[in-house]
Ligand binder design. Sequence first.
Ligand code: COA
Length: 404
Amino acid sequence: MSLNQKPDFGPLHGVRVVVSAMEIAGPFPAHMMAEWGADVIWIENTSYPDTIRVQRNYCELARRNFKTITLNMFAEEGREAFLRLMKDTDILIESSKGPSWPRHGITDELLWGANPALVIAHLSGYGHWGDPNYINLPSYDLIAQAFSGYLVQNGTVEQPVPAFPYAGDYFAGFTVLSSALAALYRAKQTGQGESIDVSMYEALLRVGQYYMMDYFNEGKVYPRSNMGKDPLCVGCGVYKCKDGYMTMELVGARQVAGMMKELGKDALIGTDACPEGCQLLLLSMPHGTETEADIDKYFADMTLADAEAVMSRLKIAGGRMMTVQDLENHPHYVAREDIVTWEGSNGRTVKGPNIVPRFKNRPGQIWRGMPDRGEHTKSVLEGLGYNDQQIAELEEKGIVLLKK
Ligand code: COA
């Protein structure tokens, strides 16, 4: 063990992250950093536990490698402990209903008073400024998908269907992850911190794709994808084979020509239906919908193994839809040790995904299971200079909660 009683591993060893957030979107970037070697302290609300704890199995993945402290940083004495913690913290991630921290008296300027190099990532549904009717509203994945123009793109023509599982949370989480690390790079060079305003809906707006750009620039509005098919392109979707579902993305000049020949449509190559060098067949091109129907028929007569063999022969990106049962023992998953077991909370053995991605020189590591509520409150406070009596007083006042 070395710095912060954490084993020395990963590219982020030596970086301290504090996260005050519930569920997925806010904790997720902190969790990725914890897997890449950061020392991560998760602050839980003194009034109630993080709702993630209800998801008995998922929380073991989502909170492994974390330490936790149960602290009310909005109470005066709690704020003092929190500011002491900030002195040695590199990144603070907080998720709340808009500008709730400054409303509770914790402004960016107060935090920079404790640590001018601190990177502060504020995550909220709608951002910290804008229309006053929105900025204080709560938000979860579905609400962000709905507000951002993401939901309107997914599902069938008749029924919008959110992109599960929780795409809005993870896109927002990745936005916090990347922006906080970008700001940390700068802070390490200059000593100047940063405050980042991440709104869940804008993270999804940014990945709005051609739905947005074709509308803004040409006024085009597409129907929602129907039955797992791309609404714009031929050969991009989910196809039913005899024994399951196959996927294909027919993109690239070699791939398009290869598939047209495979379908016996050589005569169309070099015409308006498939101009020479065509990289993407559109449904709106001559014979577009007819070719799509031909692809449906082509796959319907095949087994998944045959379909995958064709994709491999033509070097087209495609593959069968795996179930979770399929992937567990798939030779590629086994070869890459994608599913592992580790010691979770209370000594329980848990099974789930390995660290992603794989760093060659400084690999990530699973070094501890999900902590119990309040598990490290005492040790973190001791590290901040509090003695037993002071800790007992804070507990008595309900400002901290210790593990029972
Ligand atoms: N100790 C004491 N009080 C705390 C605390 C702590 N450690 N952390 C938060 N609180 C307070 C909050 O300030 C809040 O008080 P307020 O309503 O007066 O501001 C109260 O406890 C409730 O906390 P909050 O986390 O806001 O819970 P909520 O159930 O009201 O809302 C969310 C939860 C997730 C909807 C909301 O935090 C939110 O919109 N977050 C941003 C988007 C997001 O991350 N969504 C979840 C994606 S998975």
